[in-house]
Design a protein. Structure first.
Length: 413
């Protein structure tokens, strides 16, 4: 490791010298101020007898394994600052989220880069270290000379995360603001990856994440989490925030998670929801869990039975938000009764004036809202279905069951 790098384990205990080369004390901690600079070490906390002193980054002339030499001796006693992230107290041995590896890790050391500038040296956080190499440094520090530790660690593969890919977990919402902690890394993750991370966290840390991430991301993530954890997360949130998240979920997923909650909690969340999503969810909650009605969702596209391919394409453009999970269109008559199922792929090889009736799948398969789950799985298996429409007692289209729901059902069994 070149001398332009420094580890937190080396920084701790480093001697600090004044302008005349006299020792003032040893480094006890260091801090960044994220609102000012997300990676530059802004303060060094030095033990100087009965009190700690605070050394600003612009008071330093040079930093190396030989010590820290000052160019300004006007030091002040250290006072706790809520805008500081202290590296020993708040980061070392703490859990953070690795945004690239998509997992929760524990910090065992920190790597800094030393920048030699005309008016003095500064150090910036480069990596968070989590592997055996950093554990060796921790064990050997203070026992053998730092330069010897550097030489011997070379036989151990490094394991670290770039600082810009780290997401700090902080349960206190006010402190999150003061430390300028962002959730952008988490919000860019696939919901299934974020769900895996959330399940590894403590209840308080789960709550902190769901209180602060975008409601749409929260909804997608919550849909990927185990039902008992879903319930505990929603119960921990403010009712208004919980309602915002549930509104962004598909009606089926929302009904499932609300069914897991205490009745009063579920009612409170429904009360805070907008009228339209609330009505859809309440309708689904009326069905038995092990019935077709309990499995179905209401995200589908139903068109009049005289619609053409051109009309269907216009309708698809109007339902862009559900296109990703759509593979079937449905035709209904003026009373809402199901008349045909149209595989979406057939639209792309037909002329615009072609009536959708001519592209209908045969036979027209459907189930009643009261149909049993085992019968539904039989139909999906026998006909290799991706989507199965569900009708009510009057033959009206009530919802659809997708293969994803059937797979989840089989996994639970």
């Amino acid at each position: 490791m070149a001398d332009d790098f420094l580890f937190l384990t080396e920084l701790l205990g480093l001697k600090v010298y004044d302008l005349k080369g006299r020792r003032l004390g040893l480094v006890k901690d260091a801090a960044i101020v994220p609102l000012i600079d997300p990676s530059r070490v802004d303060r060094f906390l030095v033990g100087g007898g009965w009190a700690w002193l605070s050394v600003r980054h612009d008071q330093i002339r040079s930093i190396s394994l030989d010590g820290i030499y000052l160019k300004d001796e006007q030091l002040t006693p250290y006072h706790s600052d809520e805008y500081m992230l202290r590296l020993v107290r708040d980061l070392l041995d703490q859990q953070i989220i690795d945004g690239q590896g998509r997992k929760v890790v524990r910090v065992t050391d920190v790597t800094f880069r030393i920048q030699h500038e005309a008016d003095g040296d500064v150090i910036n956080i480069l990596d968070v270290d989590i592997g055996l190499r950093s554990m060796w440094r921790r064990l050997a520090q203070g026992v053998v000379p730092p330069r010897w530790i550097r030489r011997t660690q070379s036989i151990i593969p490094p394991h670290s995360i770039r600082w810009e890919h780290c997401s700090i977990i902080e349960a206190d919402p006010q402190r999150r603001l003061r430390l300028n902690i962002s959730n952008k890394i988490l919000e860019r993750m696939h919901p299934a990856d974020l769900a895996d991370i959330v399940e590894d966290l403590s209840p308080d840390d789960r709550e902190a994440i769901f209180e602060t991430i975008d409601s749409e991301v929260a909804a997608e993530t919550l849909s990927e989490i185990e039902p008992d954890v879903q319930a505990s997360i929603l119960e921990s949130l403010e009712t208004e925030k919980a309602a915002d998240i549930v509104e962004e979920m598909s009606p089926h997923d929302a009904a499932d998670v609300l069914a897991e909650l205490e009745e009063q909690t579920s009612e409170d969340i429904l009360e805070e929801m907008e009228v339209e999503p609330k009505a859809e969810v309440e309708e689904l909650l009326e069905y038995k869990e092990n019935s077709a009605g309990g499995l179905m969702n209401t995200e589908y596209v139903a068109l009049p039975d005289n619609t053409t391919v051109e009309g269907a394409m216009d309708a698809l453009r109007a339902h862009e938000e559900i296109l990703e999970n759509l593979n079937m269109l449905f035709l209904v008559d003026s009373s809402g009764q199901l008349k045909a199922s149209i595989p979406l792929a057939r639209l792309f090889t037909a002329a615009g004036a072609t009536p959708l009736q001519e592209l209908a799948a045969e036979p027209l398969l459907h189930v009643d809202v009261e149909e049993r789950q085992d019968r539904i799985t039989e139909l999906f298996d026998k006909y290799n279905l991706l989507t199965l429409p569900v009708i009510d007692a009057q033959g009206k289209l009530a919802g659809v069951i997708t293969v994803d729901e059937v797979i989840s059902l089989l996994r639970e069994k």
